[in-house]
Design a protein around this ligand. Structure first.
Ligand code: BT5
Length: 226
């Protein structure tokens, strides 16, 4: 059962999640939610613009053993995508961790993990532009979605797909993700400037890129930029 811990203004829900875990004030299946973040974080020390009215949350999962962290990025994307479908909003998943709506970024996912008191803590940070977005991005302003409503549906989907993942492994998640993959079978450019045909992802979540010589490359540390 997930339990929600609500906050008004925080620096970052991910940071707060780890602080609370260290103080024994948060645990497995707690979800930290804030109305506003003063220093929301993205990957590689980038900023996440965090205006009031949008959704900022961090899901805490604690494991006794090791888990494949990156699987949770794809799992989370699917859960967000399924939840948005329930509001008749069709999104695409951009490798590795973005949700795209009408060709613009709607949502970002940040996975962080740390061992604390012998437990492997995974914090899944989700930022979703419900009400407003930076000019280069997009929000769901016109759809008028209530945050609570979205959240309740998201939690149901997360429980459901997490169970599927635990029962059947990554392949179910991978197939669902590929159904809505952004630019699948199109020419893409990666952050390292490499270009090629986006052929899919493998069983580890690596991107499969076919270059102009028809060689297959497995990519794990970059991102799609175009
Ligand atoms: C992400 O990073 O997309 C992960 C963002 C995760 C944010 C959540 S909010 C709750 C939790 N607490 C946190 O502190 N963080 C998580 P990345 O792939 O590095 O994307 C960052 C880039 O997205 C920035 O450099 C901008 O280009 C763009 N960006 C920043 N704010 C945005 C926004 N609100 N909407 C769309 N794009 C944004």
């Amino acid at each position: 059962m997930f339990k929600i811990l609500n906050f008004d203004k925080v620096q970052s829900t991910n940071k707060l999640a780890f602080d609370l875990i260290k103080d024994n004030k948060a645990q497995h299946q707690n979800i930290i939610i804030a109305n506003e973040q003063s220093s929301g974080i993205g990957r590689m020390n980038r900023d996440w613009v965090s205006q009031r009215g949008n959704l900022f949350l961090s899901i805490i999962l604690q494991f006794n053993d090791n888990v494949r962290i990156s699987d949770y990025s794809f799992l989370s994307a699917i859960c967000i995508g399924k939840t948005l479908e329930e509001f008749d909003i069709k999104t695409k998943f951009k490798w590795p961790n973005d949700i795209i709506y009408q060709d613009k970024k709607l949502c970002g996912i940040l996975l962080q993990n740390e061992t604390i008191n012998n437990l492997n803590n995974l914090v899944i940070g989700i930022g979703l532009n419900l009400k407003s977005a930076p000019s280069y991005a997009i929000s769901l302003e016109k759809h008028d979605i209530a945050r609570e409503d979205f959240l309740n549906k998201l939690i149901k989907n997360f429980e459901n797909y997490h169970l599927k993942y635990q029962q059947f492994g990554f392949s179910t998640i991978k197939n669902l993700w590929l159904k809505n993959a952004f630019k699948l079978n199109e020419i893409i450019t990666l952050s390292n400037k490499q270009t090629g045909l986006f052929k899919g992802i493998d069983d580890e979540g690596n991107l499969i890129l076919e270059d102009s010589n028809h060689d297959i490359n497995k990519i794990f540390a970059e991102e799609i930029v175009n």
